[in-house]
Design a protein around this ligand. Structure first.
Ligand SMILES: N[C@@H](CCC(=O)N[C@@H](CS)C(=O)NCC(=O)O)C(=O)O
Length: 233
């Protein structure tokens, strides 16, 4: 599930695109035509093409303001934006390498090496290309993962501090702050770091409240993938 998918479902709109099952969105000509960076999500809304999760979330909030997903009050909205920026710039980056080790590296290593490397050369962005090349060849080491694990630990600690004062990340209201961070908390299950959440009752309770929302449940990946459960109290 992406934050965009969850938001679309909150707004009662069926996602018009979804994460492709093929393991490399940026190798797909149809995706590259819509987003030259080759990344999903891409949203097509009445002929307008939108990319970038945070921008899509904000667009949906502007274009479909009911139900409202930005809190009342300028200060609460500023706090929400600090979270959505953090999700976009820090959490999304931190989750990439551990996700790679689980999801992409095994697939790449099953491919004939020459075929994998040739495909990787077509990745538009040099930084992404380097990560894929590393996964296809020597592999990503436990040491390589340390900075990501440190960032993800900080993410959960940061959530824990915010939830000391209020039920939701930006304050009293459920908002894009919660929606945008949720996929990265959910991903902790898949990368064997959900213990960070289970050990913190406030974050664990937040996750239980998030995952019990009907919109969240309908946007979840099929059972057995990466849904995860909050620990019992
Ligand atoms: N900053 C972008 C990052 C998007 C991104 O990295 N998407 C991943 C999937 S969640 C992707 O498309 N990776 C390439 C691939 O899967 O082949 C956003 O927030 O939309």
């Amino acid at each position: 599930m992406t934050d965009v998918e969850e938001q679309l479902r909150r707004q009662d709109i069926e996602p018009m695109t979804s994460t492709p099952k093929e393991f490399a969105a940026f190798l797909r000509a149809d995706i590259r035509k819509l987003n030259p960076a080759g990344l999903v999500p891409v949203l097509i809304d009445g002929g307008s093409v939108l990319t970038e999760s945070r921008i899509i979330s904000e667009y949906l909030e502007d274009a479909y303001p009911q139900p409202r997903l930005s809190p009342e009050g300028a200060y609460a909205r500023a706090r929400m934006r600090l979270w959505t920026r953090y999700a976009d710039e820090v959490a999304a980056e931190a989750v990439k390498l551990p996700s790679f080790v689980k999801n992409i590296q095994p697939e790449l290593q099953r491919m004939p090496r020459a075929e994998a490397l040739a495909a990787i050369e077509r990745i538009p962005e040099a930084r992404v290309r380097a990560r894929w090349r590393k996964a296809a060849t020597g592999g990503i080491s436990a040491d390589d993962l340390k900075p990501s694990i440190a960032r993800l630990t900080e993410m959960v600690e940061r959530m824990d501090r915010a939830l000391q004062d209020a039920p939701w990340l930006a304050g009293d209201e459920y908002s894009l702050a919660d929606i945008d961070i949720a996929p990265f908390v959910q991903r902790l299950v898949r990368i064997d770091l959900f213990g960070l959440v289970a050990a913190r009752p406030r974050v664990n309770d937040w996750y239980a409240r998030m995952t019990s929302r009907p919109a969240y449940a309908s946007a979840m990946p099929p059972s057995g993938s990466e849904g995860g459960q909050a620990a019992a109290a």
